[in-house]
Design a protein around this ligand. Structure first.
Ligand code: GTQ
Length: 353
């Protein structure tokens, strides 16, 4: 609305008056407040591992994991600098644990995922149980569970952290507590949960604790096998190739309540049909090379890179060889609130669901 002081001094005077009472007229901001479609301040961006790995290793020389508590370089979306956000609602960072180090135990209201980028044999301990991690594994730290990370291997370990911190903070629900010791006591054998909960049985009378999957390590080898079976026996989705979502086997829902996680295989030479959805998404390729074209801008990727596609920007992927991409977004939140929409190719956008 063109409503300059010169044109309408009475209105401007009125705005000044009500400003003192912490009020402001809706009609001046309505079009930017309630937009016709998502207008994310986030920008599409790629962090190439070849470029940023030296910085991660330099951080390893500058500070210990213990002193830092978590030695992480935050991946800040260029449209959201200073806000520790990779998308508008989610956080991402690259965490480094050097051999022999321990990132001390704490717990927080925010949920975390780890997606293993480099290394093998470091562990995370969650609520009394350790899991050993390898490249391509997807690991969950549910909210308010004690967790410490350590590296008994002889090489550095780097993973991508994905947390719902911006969501938790917009709701003003953040809590954090430190464990009195660096390491929490263990009460179950290493990798007990996948054996206990991954076999389609649960103890009689099982009652779920919290809202995350009781399995907290989804190893890459198993997910990769599933994708290979799908390639042979399932329909290739024109927008996604062969794509799976990680689930909580006790509910069939997403593995985490706030962050949806996915893995997709794009067979060699496959080019997807343009797609967009309301959940801004962070990708990390595990295998293969290719490119993702986001609103006309091409991002060439290869394994260990991280790239982000903001909400509602049309994009398609192209794989030079067989490519496998991990991704995460806030889709479970949007779906629970009835806000999620998608648009496939030239089809009309879906109704919210
Ligand atoms: O590993 O607990 O990247 O608390 C940011 C905050 C990792 C963690 C992050 C955290 C953690």
């Amino acid at each position: 609305m063109d409503d300059t002081a010169a044109r309408n001094p009475q209105r401007q005077q009125f705005y000044k008056t009500i400003d003192k009472s912490s009020m402001t007229p809706l009609w001046e901001v309505l079009a930017n407040l309630v937009t016709k479609e998502p207008v994310s301040p986030a920008k599409p961006h790629i962090w190439r591992y070849d470029d940023v790995r030296p910085y991660v290793m330099e951080a390893g020389r500058l500070i210990t994991a213990k002193e830092a508590e978590r030695r992480v370089l935050i991946l800040e979306n260029p449209g959201l600098r200073g806000q520790s956000r990779v998308t508008h609602s989610l956080y991402a960072g690259l965490q480094l644990i050097m051999p022999g180090e321990i990132a001390p135990a704490h717990r927080h209201a925010a949920s975390a995922l780890r997606f293993i980028i480099e290394g093998k044999g470091a562990y995370t301990a969650v609520d009394g149980e350790k899991t050993l991690m390898s490249e391509g594994d997807f690991v969950i730290t549910p909210p308010w569970t004690w967790h410490d990370h350590g590296n008994d291997s002889d090489r550095p370990m780097v993973w991508m952290d994905g947390l719902d911190v911006p969501l938790v903070n917009v709701l003003d629900t953040s809590f954090l507590e430190h464990f009195p010791k660096d390491e929490q006591p263990l009460s179950r054998p290493v990798d007990f949960s996948p054996d206990m909960y991954g076999g389609n049985v649960v103890p009689l009378g099982y009652e779920k604790q919290g809202k995350c999957s009781p399995i907290f390590n989804y190893p890459y080898s198993k997910t990769r096998e599933t994708l290979e079976k799908m390639r042979k026996y399932e329909r290739w989705d024109p927008c996604h190739g062969l794509k799976v979502q990680y689930i909580d086997p006790t509910t069939g829902d997403f593995a985490m309540p706030t962050i949806g996680t996915f893995m997709q295989l794009l067979p060699k030479g496959f080019k997807t049909v343009s797609y967009r959805s309301t959940d801004g998404t962070v990708y990390s390729p595990v295998e293969g090379k290719g490119r993702t074209v986001v609103a006309g801008q091409a991002f060439e990727w290869k394994p260990k890179d991280v790239f982000v596609v903001p909400s509602w920007l049309p994009h398609y992927h192209e794989a030079d060889g067989d490519a496998v991409l991990f991704s995460f977004s806030d889709r479970p939140v949007q779906k629970k609130l009835g806000l999620w929409r998608e648009q496939r190719g030239n089809e009309p956008a879906s109704a919210p669901h």
